[in-house]
Design a protein around this ligand. Structure first.
Ligand code: HEC
Length: 171
């Protein structure tokens, strides 16, 4: 009986409190699930895009720091072979020019970005290497480390970087 003094709530009250808490949690989850839309049709909300981008930047920059890779010297041949690999493996979604996503790329969620855009160009070389090698889970951007050598991926990094300075499509 002495223990009861330290626990002012009776057993029944505790059960009701726990039951209510569990009920509220389940009801909250059900409401959130009912509002969640699985469709890829609409553009992501600003909130969703912001949270996903923040998470992505944190993970990619940390991963690229933790697994540093040495970058081979780049030359014109690196750009040429990067362009060839790009046509074969990337243009399917990113478009021939890397800036005009194909119909497939525009249908994906998140949408395929222009590789010349500031959002993409702000990554460091090491981060671009990490992204192309490991992909972005849940986005459709695959992990090319399985099929391409490190040298081929560096060529792609240089190629993607060259899009920043190239004239926009049609100009
Ligand atoms: C099946 C479609 C598909 C293919 C093929 C593809 N990508 Fe992507 N890529 C995506 C999508 C979708 C995104 C957007 C991911 C995101 O928003 O996080 C993306 C994003 C990127 C980004 C920007 C990443 C970021 O978070 O800013 C780079 C760089 C990139 N791709 C390079 C490549 C290269 C290089 C290749 C070829 C080796 C390639 N991609 C092939 C779908 C594809």
């Amino acid at each position: 009986m002495r223990a009861a003094r330290y626990f002012p709530a009776t057993n029944t009250e505790m059960k009701i409190a726990i039951f209510t808490l569990v009920f509220l949690l389940i009801a909250g989850a059900a409401i959130a699930a009912a509002q969640f839309n699985l469709s890829a049709y609409n553009e992501p909300s600003r909130f969703e895009a912001r949270v996903a981008t923040m998470g992505k930047h944190w993970i990619v920059s940390r991963s690229a720091r933790e697994h540093p890779v040495s970058e081979p010297a780049s030359g014109p041949s690196s750009l040429d072979s990067g362009g060839m690999t790009f046509n074969g493996d990337c243009a399917f979604c990113h478009g021939q020019d890397g800036r005009t996503p194909t119909d497939v790329g525009q249908a994906m969620y998140p949408r395929v970005p222009s590789l010349a855009s500031p959002e993409v160009q702000q990554w460091s070389d090491a981060e671009l290497f990490w992204i192309i090698r490991n992909g972005n889970r849940y986005t459709g951007m695959g992990a090319f480390g399985k099929t391409l050598t490190d040298d081929q991926i560096w060529d792609l990094v240089h190629y993607v970087r060259s899009l920043r300075d190239a004239a926009p499509a049609g100009k």
